[in-house]
Every structure is written in C-alpha cells, then in structure tokens.
Design a protein around this ligand. Structure first.
Ligand SMILES: NC(=O)c1ccc[n+]([C@@H]2O[C@H](COP(=O)([O-])OP(=O)(O)OC[C@H]3O[C@@H](n4cnc5c(N)ncnc54)[C@H](OP(=O)(O)O)[C@@H]3O)[C@@H](O)[C@H]2O)c1
Length: 285
C-alpha cells in the first residue's frame, strides 16, 4: 500500500468488502469507472488479485488494491481498518457487501456464522472507520442486505451465539439481513446531522457463488429460477453509492428505488437495541 496525500484533485476513496467475486466484483469495477480509488477488502489475496488484474486490464490507470479482511474475526477486521487508516485519514464511501448464508459454525468471537460475518463484522468495520468517513463532506455507507429479511420476524437474542441447527440456515441468514437493515437505519439516525448518508440494499436474486453452501440436490432449483447476473446485481449498490440523493438517508432500496422493508426492519426500538448490544459485543468480544 502506498501513502497518499489528499489534494483537491485526489480521487474519492471507496472501500468495499467481499469484492473478489459476485456483486462486489462488479460494484468495484463500477466505482473505478466513476473515478474512485477502490480498496477491495477480502479474505483471499489470490482471488482478489484476479479481480484487480481484470480491472487494470480494462482501466490501466485505475487505483485499485487488495486489503486483507476476514469478517469472521474481530482481530482481522481491526487489522484491516488499521492498515487502511495508516494510509488514509479519510474515506468517502464504505460498501458493506460481503455476505454468507447457509455456512455452519461460529465466528472467532462465537457468533452464529451469518450474523457474525454479515452483521457483527460489518458493525465493527464501520465503527472503526466512522471517524474517517465523517472527515469528508458527503460520506456514504451502503450495506447489502436482502429481501430475505422478510423471513425474520424479529431477533431471538438467545440464538445469536449458537451454531444454526437447521440444514439450510435460512432463518439465521434472514435475521442477519434484518440486522443489516436495522444497522443501516440506526447508523443514519446517529450520524445524519454530521452529513453521513446510509442505504441498505436488496440486490436481486443473483447467479453468484452465494449458493455454494446449498446442498447439491437443491442446486437445480437455483439454476432454474429467474436469477440475474452479478453485473445486474451490482446496479442498486452502484446507484446508492453514486447517484442516490444524500437526503434519502436511512432507507432500504431495491431496483434502485426506495422500498418498504418489513415492520420489524422499521422498528426503531429494535434497531436501537441491536446497536447497543452490538456495541457491547465489540467491546467485550
Ligand atoms: N446472491 C443473491 O441472490 C443475493 C440476494 C440478496 C442479497 N445478497 C447479498 O449480496 C451480497 C453479495 O453476495 P454475492 O451474491 O455476490 O455472493 P458471493 O458471490 O458468494 O460473494 C460473497 C462475498 O463475501 C465474501 N465473504 C464471505 N465470508 C467472508 C468473510 N468471513 N470475510 C470476508 N469476506 C467474506 C466472499 O469471499 P470468499 O470468496 O473469500 O468466500 C465473497 O467475496 C451478500 O451480502 C449477500 O448476502 C445476495
């Protein structure tokens, strides 16, 4: 990573998680095409370098780099934020894109995998980068949620620190995506007076690596369904990142339009409680 000095002509800086494949890969490309310097925060250097090389082939002058990040470990999230902050005092755009569904097990700190990676990892990353975001005039945080939140009728706090007992982990994934929307709206509430705009996104149902944990017997169903391409799946994230008005902060988007999420996702006291609990968890681990 090279040191950079901010000048008026410096490109805006974006950090996107999970950009080595799927929606994130095309979102990163779209940001480069709109003049952003882009950090791809991902687990695998080899997989991310393939995407970096692809982008550089199309745009040889692009400023695009890998940042190591494993969202299932608080220390990895802390190292990622630290490395970024060693080189940049400000951040224009954070895209919390990475996500898992149907993966068994617990994160290093003992959270159910979907909740731990999709919500807790991003909660901590955003917390560590918030001061850098608040240094710019019009910072944005885009969080990739899902319409799957519609299958979560609240949050059972007692289940967040145990491995999923179901085969597909669908309910746990739904809860993690409900948490993404609640997090995005509470983040807006906490920082809109400082100029921060936040958006949560349903990207569509996409033919990506996302389905890798699905039992192979169910794969034909996925392939048969009306799935869209990862490039199309990146469109709403790109719209929120680049074109959505700042005044529309805190909303949920699908097809590049504001959509009403469920009554649970609009529950302000649930959002505040999730925020408080998450804040305590990142302090205690
Ligand atoms: N696909 C869909 O139909 C769909 C629908 C609604 C919402 N979404 C959401 O869209 C987002 C992107 O999904 P996608 O379809 O592009 O899926 P994908 O192709 O599976 O990409 C997911 C990305 O997340 C990364 N990731 C997973 N676990 C991680 C961890 N512990 N630390 C850091 N990165 C991690 C993956 O990295 P590795 O390659 O290293 O695993 C990959 O880069 C997710 O938040 C997902 O929930 C997807």
């Amino acid at each position: 990573m090279s040191n950079s000095q901010v000048t008026d002509s410096s490109p805006p800086i974006a950090l996107i998680t999970g950009a080595n494949t799927g929606i994130g890969r095309y979102t990163a490309l779209g940001l480069v095409e709109r003049g952003y310097r882009v950090y791809l925060a991902c687990r695998s250097e080899a997989k991310t370098q393939t995407v970096v090389d692809e982008i550089l082939k199309l745009h040889p002058k692009a400023l695009v780099q890998w940042l190591p990040l494993d969202l299932s470990s608080f220390s990895s999230v802390e190292d990622c934020a630290k490395l970024f902050l060693q080189h940049h005092a400000h951040l224009d755009l954070l895209i919390n894109n990475a996500g898992v569904g149907g993966e068994k097990g617990l994160t290093v700190e003992g959270f159910e995998m979907a909740f731990g990676v999709n919500h807790m990892g991003h909660f901590l990353l955003t917390h560590l980068l918030i001061q850098a975001l608040l240094k710019v005039k019009t910072p944005k945080v885009v969080t990739v949620a899902s319409n799957a939140h519609r299958f979560a009728w609240g949050i059972d706090w007692s289940k967040l620190r145990q491995e999923t007992k179901s085969i597909l982990g669908a309910k746990d994934y739904a809860v993690s995506k409900l948490a993404n929307i609640l997090f995005s709206s509470q983040l807006s509430k906490n920082h809109r007076h400082q100029g921060l705009a936040t958006y949560s996104v349903h990207p569509g149902v996409i033919q990506s690596d996302f389905w890798r944990h699905l039992p192979s017997t169910l794969m034909p169903l996925v392939k048969w369904g009306p799935l869209i391409s990862p490039k199309q799946g990146a469109l709403t994230s790109l719209y929120c990142s680049l074109d959505a008005p700042h005044s529309e902060t805190g909303f949920f988007y699908a097809n590049s339009r504001i959509k009403k999420p469920t009554v649970f996702a609009r529950n302000e006291s649930l959002a505040a409680e999730l925020w408080e609990r998450s804040r305590e968890w990142i302090q205690k681990g």
